[in-house]
Design a protein around this ligand. Structure first.
Ligand code: AMP
Length: 428
């Protein structure tokens, strides 16, 4: 075993899988840029305080942060998520509202690594700051839905809930606390601790011991003010009008103190229940304010790339894209011809590769086959002398004659002066 390996929960993403990652982000960008979202590129490091503003009720902030003091004595952290950074940026730059942005990148959480759960993982996401309109909630949820469709995923379920206005939520939290405290003996030890920090999070408990108690707990809907009920009804009506199916799940609370009104989660039905959240989000208030900005409505989601690709594998969709080159140049004269031809091909937009170290014809032809190229260009001293090159189709039966007509599928001899044009035509 080599002395150095990736540390736990960290992975190398190698080709061709890496090409799939990039395409994933491309597809996402296409979906959200088509809806007026612009990309924000945030630093990987922020002052620890930026993330602490998310609240101390989540493991993400209390237990899982990679934080350290830098050489300048600043206490900083590797970002565990991007909503806080986007809000910090909003306060710092004060863009016009509504500010519609998207992002992508790696996040870092010191979690117990397992399938679909890593210490470095990637997300794509969007946030909108400065608009409090149920139509926007619908737009955002629909964009996530559309993105999964664009990947080809079918087995995705949308869960929806509303946490009401801050006052509704506060009344509900009190009621939940009273309920769980009255039944403390039945609660798991872990949930007893959670109860002290954030009674809402007890609803998230997946422990069998808590199941009955959680099922019998008061429901948030009993506490909705008129405005909260109207907002939630408008969101549901909007989703229905777009034909997006959803399930209302009153246990979907999301941990942050800032969440209000709409919360949602996309579940991958092929994944294990502990890791089946493909992505989620909701409305939040107060985060911008707590970072020093004006009171500002916010809503967004983050979708996990790693887990979504696992779901794609399960459904057999969104395979790694082909990264094969179009042409492979086999040069038995020493390599200078290959250098000239590959450079000329690349200059006209035809991808091209070659062998190195002046290998034998046989070895170079093997490399050409492995490359996945559609054509090999073969050039030896005879061809150089005659001012020609041999073009041999490697995969397709189809070839193109120098005059542009279809060839018979066997190799052809092409004048060097026509070679680049000839290949360009053949590839297109
Ligand atoms: P969150 O920011 O916790 O709401 O997570 C949003 C999405 O990011 C989740 O639904 C997952 O798809 C993904 N995610 C969160 N934590 C991890 C992790 N440790 N490893 C892989 N994906 C993660």
């Amino acid at each position: 075993m080599p002395e150095f390996q990736t540390s736990p929960g960290m992975r190398d993403i190698l080709p061709p899988e890496s090409a799939r990652w990039r395409r994933f982000v491309d597809v996402f960008a296409q979906v959200v840029e088509g809806a007026g979202y612009g990309q924000v590129i945030s630093p990987l490091l922020e002052d620890l305080g930026v993330f602490q503003r998310i609240g101390d009720a989540t493991d993400v902030v209390t237990k899982e942060m990679y934080d350290f003091v830098d050489k300048g004595g600043r206490h900083i952290a590797l970002r565990p998520e991007l909503t806080a950074s986007v809000c910090r940026a909003f306060v710092q730059h004060r863009p016009a509202t509504p500010w519609k942005v998207w992002y992508t990148g790696s996040q870092f959480r010191y979690e117990k690594p397992q399938r679909g759960r890593y210490r470095q993982f990637d997300q794509v996401g969007i946030e909108v700051l400065g608009a409090d309109d149920p139509n926007l909630d619908v737009e955002i949820i629909a964009l996530g839905w559309e993105f999964y469709r664009a990947l080809g995923l079918q087995k995705v379920r949308l869960l929806l809930n509303s946490l009401g206005e801050p006052a509704d939520r506060a009344a509900y939290v009190d009621a939940l606390k009273a309920y769980f405290e009255a039944n403390l003996d039945a609660l798991s030890d872990e949930s007893k601790i959670t109860l002290q920090k954030n009674p809402l999070r007890v609803l998230d408990s997946k422990r069998p011991q808590d199941a009955a108690l959680v099922a019998g707990a008061p429901k948030i809907a009993q506490f909705y003010s008129e405005g909260a009920a109207a907002h939630f009804a408008a969101v549901q009506a909007g989703l229905t009008s777009l034909g997006i199916p959803f399930t209302v799940d009153t246990k979907l609370v999301r941990g942050l103190d800032y969440y209000r009104h709409t919360t949602f989660e996309y579940q991958g039905l092929t994944l294990d229940s502990a890791q089946n959240a493909l992505g989620g989000g909701g409305r939040y208030d107060g985060l911008v304010e707590s970072l020093g900005g004006p009171a500002t409505a916010g809503i967004g989601f983050a979708l996990g790339l790693d887990r979504t690709l696992l779901a794609c594998d399960d459904e057999g969709v969104f395979a790694p894209p082909a990264t094969d080159v179009s042409v492979f140049v086999v040069d038995t004269t020493g390599g200078a011809e290959a250098l000239a031809i590959t450079t000329a091909l690349r200059a006209v937009g035809v991808s091209a590769d070659r062998a190195y170290e002046n290998r034998s014809m046989k070895s170079q032809m093997k490399a050409a086959d492995r490359s996945g190229a559609a054509y090999a260009v073969i050039i030896g001293s005879n061809e150089v002398e005659a001012g020609v090159a041999v073009v041999r189709p490697l995969r397709a039966e189809r070839t193109v004659n120098p005059d542009g007509t279809d060839g018979d599928g066997t190799q052809s001899t092409v004048p060097r002066s026509d070679l680049i044009d000839h290949l360009k035509k053949a590839i297109s």
